[in-house]
Design a protein around this ligand. Structure first.
Ligand code: SF4
Length: 220
């Protein structure tokens, strides 16, 4: 069992799935930067927590509920949790845009469900993701495979935190969407000797640009 001060944030699993280096920069090295995507995401998240918890047609709707599992060592805040009759519990997360290609949203929701199961001594079979672009819910089944992947990711994140591991950068198309791109410098790190090699290369490019002293149209 983990103590409360050893609990890790569920939200970090999203960073881990998106990019392990991004996860380490945020959670190990405590760096952060905003871009328009993170701002949009935060606004949507804040909006989902707005309003009071209420009961509609026998379903209690709890907003911004804090969850934790001392068994798994994780904690986080759910956008919405619906408590239906007969102990049917359904977590709901609100996301900007449309479903992602990776599993990050499903993993985050599953981690919330695992916390709720521990807190309520219940079994939670599915949850919902609501995407702003689609404006409807997508059901996520918490099957054995998703549960296993979620537990592996929690373990991977704990190892990263315990050993303070920051993986090196690998330039990919996702870097264009990453708010930490200026801090991460994936273009610098893809050169063998890191930032110094990148700098040297920039000087070479400038030298080449300045090179033609003679008339470029002169024929010999
Ligand atoms: S810029 Fe790319 S490699 Fe660096 S943290 Fe972001 S996604 Fe990861």
């Amino acid at each position: 069992m983990f103590t409360d001060d050893q609990l890790l944030p569920i939200s970090a699993l999203q960073h881990l799935i998106f990019c392990a280096r991004q996860c380490a920069l945020i959670h190990v090295e405590r760096l952060w930067a905003e871009n328009h995507l993170t701002v949009q995401g935060r606004h949507l998240h804040d909006k989902a927590h707005e309003g009071k918890s209420e009961t509609i047609d026998g379903v209690r709707i709890a907003r911004g509920l804090w969850l934790k599992s001392n068994r798994l060592g994780i904690t986080g805040q759910a956008d919405v949790v619906e408590f239906h009759p007969e102990n049917l519990i359904v977590p709901v997360e609100y996301k900007r845009g449309k479903p992602k290609k990776d599993d990050s949203d499903r993993l985050q929701l599953c981690a919330q469900a695992l916390c709720l199961e521990d807190m309520r001594n219940a079994t939670i079979e599915f949850g919902n993701l609501f995407y702003g672009a689609r404006k409807r819910r997508t059901e996520v089944k918490f099957d054995a495979e998703l549960r296993e992947t979620t537990l592996e990711s929690i373990d991977q994140f704990r190892q990263m935190m315990n050993h303070r591991i920051t993986p090196s950068a690998t330039r990919a198309s996702k870097c264009d969407k990453c708010s930490l791109v200026e801090l991460c410098m994936p273009d610098a790190l893809r050169f063998k000797n890191g930032a110094r090699a990148w700098n040297d290369r920039q000087f070479e490019v400038i030298k080449v640009m300045k090179a033609p002293e003679s008339d470029p149209y002169e024929t010999s």
